[in-house]
Design a protein around this ligand. Structure first.
Ligand SMILES: NC(=O)c1ccc[n+]([C@@H]2O[C@H](COP(=O)([O-])OP(=O)(O)OC[C@H]3O[C@@H](n4cnc5c(N)ncnc54)[C@H](OP(=O)(O)O)[C@@H]3O)[C@@H](O)[C@H]2O)c1
Length: 341
């Protein structure tokens, strides 16, 4: 029943989004298409010449599931921008520890950094990135930075709070901005994020902590399909009904608390099923869990202040889990949320 409802919703939503004409034909006589399976496209939009003989691209654009490219370690978002599929989460990193951790990640090749206004560390994240740029470790274009605005007063004054995030980060544009949680002002706040995209200050926008019910209510009220939804996902809380629902809308799913979150990592990393699989591949339990996410098409942003862990958490591409191992980990689901939202 739930499945039938989801299918009907997906159909209606795609019809709605298509009817809104988002990004199908530009005034310049060119047409923008989304390319989810190419190795060659950089972070820029792909623009192809208008062609009268060409079939309308409505169906092939926003509803294509974004495929992970395990060679480039990236995915193309429905906004046309390329995003790394493994990164560093910075919740609970502050001050010098935050700066050192972000720089350690960037030096080791990690190219996706997740922060939020609520983490109180956008300034440190920005400083680490600026230092890495000035030391020649990266260029601005090499790193993909996500931040979020929080419910309550921030979403009540979205233009001011979005600009404040941009100012605190101080790295020019923001790659991806999310609404951190649903809020009575979330639709208005999202529309303001859309304006910031128009102005080139933000490249892509999305949501965090939106599940099937919330998405079903929210999406018909906005014009831009979110590029990404970030939700709690780990072997003890798998969201196996939510993930395909989101992915079938052409939206990339990203998991928070991939290792269970602070206070829960011991049990998860010590889980006998995961430990045995890790032993079989000669990798760590953390790597098994992160790889399991990638094979489900879920982007990972493990948090760490330990350079060895940061390095280990990015080494996810030299092994793969068998179908049987994926099934074994899927069977660990307990529907056990490790936070209240
Ligand atoms: N949108 C939201 O509402 C929301 C909510 C929560 C989190 N997030 C995002 O998701 C990110 C990830 O969540 P999180 O950092 O709270 O939890 P997490 O990634 O599940 O776990 C972090 C914990 O795992 C440890 N750890 C990391 N790598 C390890 C490894 N290889 N081996 C052993 N232990 C390891 C870390 O300790 P060490 O420091 O010692 O490595 C830390 O204690 C956050 O940083 C944040 O960016 C978003």
């Amino acid at each position: 029943m739930k499945k039938i409802f989801s299918l009907i919703f997906v159909f209606l939503l795609v019809f709605h989004m298509t009817a809104c004409g988002k990004n199908i034909v530009e005034e310049t006589g060119t047409e923008t298409i989304w390319e989810s399976d190419t190795n060659e496209s950089g972070p820029e939009l792909m623009v192809v010449p208008d062609n009268e003989d060409r079939e309308p691209v409505a169906e092939e654009e926003n509803i294509v599931r974004a495929e992970f490219d395990l060679e480039t370690k990236t995915v193309i978002l429905n906004s046309g921008y390329e995003m790394p599929i493994n990164g560093l989460g910075t919740y609970s990193l502050h001050g010098d520890e935050c700066i050192t951790s972000v720089k350690s990640a960037l030096s080791g090749g990690v190219r996706l950094i997740d922060t939020a206004s609520a983490y109180g560390n956008e300034e440190e994240v920005g400083q680490a990135i600026r230092e890495a740029i000035s030391e020649g470790i990266i260029q601005r274009e090499d790193v993909f930075v996500t931040t979020k605005i929080y419910p309550g007063s921030e979403m009540k004054n979205p233009a001011q709070s979005i600009q404040a995030c941009i100012d605190r980060l101080d790295i020019g544009y923001v790659d991806l901005m999310l609404l951190h949680h649903p809020d009575p002002n979330d639709v208005e706040a999202y529309k303001v994020m859309e304006q910031f995209v128009e102005e080139g200050k933000i490249r892509s926008i999305g949501l965090s902590n939106w599940y099937v019910e919330e998405l079903t209510e929210f999406l018909p009220q906005v014009d831009t399909v979110p590029a990404l939804v970030q939700n709690e996902i780990h072997p003890y809380y798998q969201e196996n009904d939510v993930i395909p629902f989101i992915q079938d809308l052409g939206i990339v799913v990203q998991g928070w608390y991939p290792l269970g979150g602070r206070g829960h990592t011991g049990e998860l990393l010590g889980d006998p099923v995961i430990s045995e699989i890790a032993g079989a591949h000669g990798v760590s339990s953390a790597q098994v869990i992160l790889r399991w996410n990638l094979q489900k098409g879920v982007v990972v942003i493990p948090g760490s202040s330990n350079p060895d862990h940061i390095k280990e958490n990015s080494e996810l591409y030299h092994f793969s889990l068998t179908e049987d191992e994926m099934v074994q980990i899927n069977a660990l689901d307990r529907g056990e949320k490790h936070d209240w939202y």
